[in-house]
Design a protein around this ligand. Structure first.
Ligand SMILES: [Zn+2]
Length: 412
């Protein structure tokens, strides 16, 4: 960049929703420095002037922080394919995963947390610019007890998931498992505190790791510099074990009763309700029968408990469980959060600032404020008036990461 161009990107004429939860600013200007960090995000008449390498006229569209999906499985195409991974050619799978990364980025998601099935090499590949994709935090594999949610082994002893699980059954084994996951490059540890919907041999109400084992995971991670611990937890007993064990987030949380919500509030535990996977695509024709039956039963329980969690102000971060629902439609989740009681502004905050807090990245991304990375999206229309606009990737006309434009549908 030459000395004559101190700014890498300037966007003018935008309705700015900055992700902090503040009211929108009309006719705003965003100025990005040569280092990819935000210099100014606010009223246009207060923006610093100077030449920029690139200028974009937002034309009244809405400028938002890049979204963060805190629960995806980018290494897996679908629930059905998860138990047929052994059939995949591993080289072809790398290219298919790269396609899913690009589709997710182009849907407006500039950062993801992958909670099982994505090797850390994908994080490195995105960092080095070998492929385009959201910035990645990955759990690599899923920690579960023998026969638990992430033990896909069939009755005849065959693992069709090709090693998505990390199996441990005692506190000592759990410590060892955490060490193996850290060695594999995990940014977050994913534990199974209950059974689940997609697993054939258990139920959401079945308990997974014990409270003691979960506490051991949290301790072992803390002894190695600390990282978030995410608990797959659907039934009430397992949710309580997870919160008492000290996890950072309860994933799914369908059985979050009043007691569990109260405890989450006291402990500051995040909840990632993955409503897309509860309410989208329930289809008898395409789903495994056990998966279909569980989903129908749990959708009404979820509606009741998550609506209450929203009303009570539990810390909710956006996550979809993409793979269980199609990739690249991540921002449909915002529509579901609004349907259960959030305002559009609250839903956007759940997918930006709160999600960044959950990942420990709130010093860097999640809001458009001076000093933050210019991870952003430009959306047609006003999503505060119609949150469903964001659900259609065609309306996400511009996506940038640290000021670098990754998608440009403006034709300019
Ligand atoms: Zn998941």
């Amino acid at each position: 960049m030459s000395h004559e161009q101190p700014f890498s990107l300037v966007i003018t004429g935008a309705r700015l929703v900055d992700g902090t939860g503040a009211a929108p600013v009309e006719d705003a200007t965003l100025v990005v420095g040569g280092d990819g960090l935000v210099v100014h995000a606010g009223p246009g008449d207060r923006a610093p002037a100077g030449p920029a390498a690139r200028t974009v006229d937002a034309g009244g569209r809405t400028l938002l922080p890049g979204f963060i999906d805190t629960h995806v499985h980018l290494g897996v195409e679908s629930a059905r394919q998860m138990v047929r991974r052994f059939e995949q050619d591993s080289t072809v799978e790398v290219f298919r995963t790269a396609e899913r990364l690009r589709a997710t980025l182009h849907a407006g998601v500039t950062t993801v947390r992958d909670l099982g099935g994505l090797p850390a090499g994908y994080r490195t590949a995105v960092e080095r610019g070998l492929t385009e994709g959201p910035r990645i935090h990955t759990a690599v594999r899923i920690l579960s007890h023998t026969g638990g949610h992430a033990d896909f082994t069939s009755e005849c002893g065959f693992d069709p998931s090709s090693g998505m699980g990390e199996i441990a059954d005692t506190p000592d084994e759990v410590r060892l498992a955490v060490r193996r996951l850290l060695r594999s490059g995990a940014d977050v540890i994913k534990v199974c505190a209950t059974g689940g919907m997609s697993s054939p041999y258990d139920q959401p109400d079945d308990e997974g790791l014990t409270e003691e084992e979960i506490r051991t995971v949290v301790e072992e991670v803390a002894r190695h510099g600390g990282r978030p611990v995410a608990a797959h937890a659907q039934g009430t007993a397992g949710i309580l074990n997870a919160i008492r064990g000290g996890v950072t987030s309860v994933e799914h949380g369908y059985g979050m009763t009043a007691r569990a919500r109260e405890l989450a509030g006291e402990r500051g535990t995040f909840v990632v309700p993955t409503l897309s996977t509860v309410f989208d695509g329930i289809d008898k024709a395409t789903m495994e029968p056990h998966h279909y039956e569980k989903k129908v039963r749990w959708s009404s329980i979820t509606k009741e408990n998550i609506s209450a969690a929203i009303a009570e102000g539990v810390r909710i971060a956006m996550g979809t469980d993409a793979a269980m629902v199609p990739h690249g439609r991540n921002l449909r989740e915002l529509t579901h959060l609004v349907a259960l009681g959030m305002t559009p502004l609250q839903a956007i905050t759940a997918g930006t600032r709160t999600a960044a807090e959950l990942l420990g990245l709130d010093g860097e991304t999640g809001t458009l404020e001076p000093g933050k990375r210019a991870d952003l999206v430009l959306c047609e229309g006003d999503p505060l008036a119609d949150i469903a606009l964001l659900a259609d990737p065609a309306n996400v006309v511009l996506v940038a990461q640290a000021g670098e434009i990754r998608k440009n549908g403006l034709g300019a």
